[in-house]
Design a protein around this ligand. Sequence first.
Ligand code: ARG
Length: 559
Amino acid sequence: MLNELNIKISEFLNKKIIEDFGVQVNIVVEQPKNPEMGDVAIPSFVVVKAAKKPLVEITTKIKEYLEEMDLFEEINIVGPYVNSFYDKIKLSKLIIESLDFSKSSEYKGTVCIDYSSPNIAKNFSIGHLRSTIIGESLGNILEFKGYKVFRINHLGDFGTQFGKLIYAYLNWGDKEKVLKNPIEELVSLYVRFHKEAEINPSLEDEARRIFNELEEGNEYYRSLWTQFKEASLEEFNRIYKLLGVHFDEYSSEASASRDSNRVLSLLKEKNLLEIDDGATIVRIGDDMPPAIVKRSDGATLYITRDLEEIHRRYSEYHFDKMLYCVGNEQKLYFNQLKRVLNRMDVPFKDAVEHVNFGLILRDGKKMSTRTGNAVTLSDVLNESIRLALKHIDEKNPTLAQKEEIATKVGVSAIIFNDLKNYRENDYEFNLEDATRFEGQTGPYLQYTSVRIASILNQCDFDKNNIDYSFYNNNNFFDITKKLDEFSIIIDKCINELAPNYLAKYLLQLSTLFNSFYSKEKCLCEDIVERNTKLHLISLIKEVLDKGMLLLGMQLVKQM
Ligand code: ARG
């Protein structure tokens, strides 16, 4: 609202100046550097210059125009500036009456997001967790703003390692064990392969032969590969279910590889292919290594599969943006991908965006999830849930359905702990801190929402019987301004493809509520006063809950 008001003020003043002075100007409404000086500042230089009139005449006129707008409670001329304070009551009314989250945003475009994208028969890494959390919340935020979003999970199900894995499985594998604990078993089979291949290097040839036959359609190998894939997916799906994440599509590197002749012929048609030492490459400039698109043995590479896949996605979805949520370590790679698309001069060459992110650290070192020695992702999630339960037990020992609530709190704690950081930065992981009910945590937001709900549950209110004159008090007015900021924050998250602004905003909003609640008695005797307060805190809850859902957190009714 405040943004729109600035435009309104500027338009009003421009119009008045044409009427009175016959000159066309464009006044930019500013904010005084010192908030004590006012809420808005109107610089008069442009008008003085255009109208060729004395400064005092112009500033006096601007003051008159502003008075006419009937929005301000105090207007002061300070040299070349006209500084004004909003009438808190009028402004609050305008803002509050304009808040409406139920109206749907108009269509803004189509965005595909490639996120999570783990590798099958391998651990779901901490990096994949970050990708999942960031991608999911960006998807939610974009959708909220009117974008059509397609969520794509691009599975790493291709590579010579599947030759090794099949070899290992056929020689040392145990079907029962693999079915019971697929990833752990497959990873240890893979490790065993490497150990044995050190002693007997011919195993590598065997694995390559199996991989080639798999690619050529050997049915037995293919059925094993399918089994591995399905078993891995089942395990990944447990994580997605816990996180409340869903995808519109699972794409596959293996099928992109099978179809890659399409994109390879396109590259050939455009005269972009060169043979270099037996391999097929695309040159993309002197500042970057060339992109190898086919190895000398004919195998495709990661980039070949992405090039094929993005063409398929474009023909299917006609996206305006194609976002890839992948770690910083693939920065160079995505620059190469963009360069190749540029050289191909495809219609979507500018649509690609690498939504890169940093590492999660533990004691300053990259945190990893490896079955066997270190923690697995399930361990991390379970630990978070356990800590959430511990905190609930301290605060609210008699709470019903504690486990269910602790699950939502623990999982949301991890999500929030990630999203409050700017995605490109690394951050230190501390579960004990992340699950606390106070501080910059997800549980703090959930707890604030629950607190508001418990006040609202005690008494009904009539939002048509409120008194805006309370908003003259900053305890009220500051909250209105914060509520008004919500839509600006959402735009910022979209512009920078970074949900941390929303996360930080929700913390500020919660803190404002908690300080309001400590200063104002909400359940007071006077009906109109009570209505006004309950109405305001119900708006806080609405924004807070909406914001948490956009981040991908889960709401609880009690905790
Ligand atoms: N599976 C890859 C990895 O774990 C990430 C894939 C990201 N998506 C893509 N289209 N390249 O590193």
